[in-house]
Design a protein around this ligand. Sequence first.
Ligand code: FAD
Length: 308
Amino acid sequence: MRPTDYDVVVIGGGPAGLSAALNLVRARLRVLVLDSNRPRHAATLFAHGFLTRDNISPLDLRRLGREDVTAYENGEVQFARVEAVTRVSGGFRIIASGVRGAPDRDVHAQRVVVATGLAEILPDIGNARAFYGTALHSCLECDGWEKSGEPLVLVGETDDLAWHAWRALQWTDDLTVLTNGVARVTDAEEAALAEVGVCVDRTPVTEVTGAHGVMTGLAMSDGRTLAFSKGFMRPTWRARLEFLTELGAVRDEEGLLIVDPRGRASVAGLYAAGDITPPGPQQIAVAAGAGVVVSATITHDLALERRG
Ligand SMILES: Cc1cc2nc3c(=O)[nH]c(=O)nc-3n(C[C@H](O)[C@H](O)[C@H](O)COP(=O)(O)OP(=O)(O)OC[C@H]3O[C@@H](n4cnc5c(N)ncnc54)[C@H](O)[C@@H]3O)c2cc1C
């Protein structure tokens, strides 16, 4: 094998990609993980709900994952952004630009696993990102416990906002819903929420007030400031898969990479795991589990090839 030849290149070094890579190296395959190191959960200080790692820093989790993979001599992880994946004889060519001083890469692999996660688009409130991951989170299951029983605000611009209000009531019974003047909450939904004490406010939000990640409230366009120290935002997401354009893998209406139940994409030799596959954003354990499934699928497909 040439130094630039790999059995599998994994694109993305989050829970899905690293979990796939760990199991692939343990199957004696030569594996390269290329990771641009811009995870969606980098905004938050603590990750919750992952068995044996509750409260771990997401960055520590990824570092430990990289160490697990590179503990095997056939496992390599490099910080690089993949720019293009093309079909070549015997597999794929992968071109990546090194990040944080790492070299560019131009490699070949028989198989490719896409585990690039998603990019988040927060509601259009000037400085919301400064409070994201500290006072404001997006995943109720991940960060609801830490806000339990407190007055919470839920801000979003999507038309499923009322449904997320019903979900948020698992963690508080003092909830205010802000549509930022965008989300569509029907009169019937508003009336049903009002019956359980949830107020829906359709005024646009100007900015989050507070400093250094400590939120004191939300300034509204009508001059009011609503006092809240904690809450949730409902972001939307974008799948960044420009590097796959030439392969033409089938994606759904949200741009997510469609895979079969074993993680196979529509292009032979291409697999995917984690948030980049339908239904989109979930949790660390789900992404890691999907990586394990893809790894087992690859060894299964290799056995089929071997048997002929
Ligand atoms: C603020 C926040 C808090 C969260 N808290 C929790 C929590 O407490 N508990 C929990 O279970 N879940 C939590 N989640 C959800 C969890 O982080 C995700 O479900 C999980 O990280 C998805 O894993 P993934 O491997 O699919 O993608 P990601 O973790 O997003 O990793 C994808 C990786 O691919 C890389 N990448 C993207 N494009 C390229 C490219 N072209 N070339 C190379 N690399 C690329 C990215 O830089 C990134 O490192 C949280 C999410 C957010 C946003």
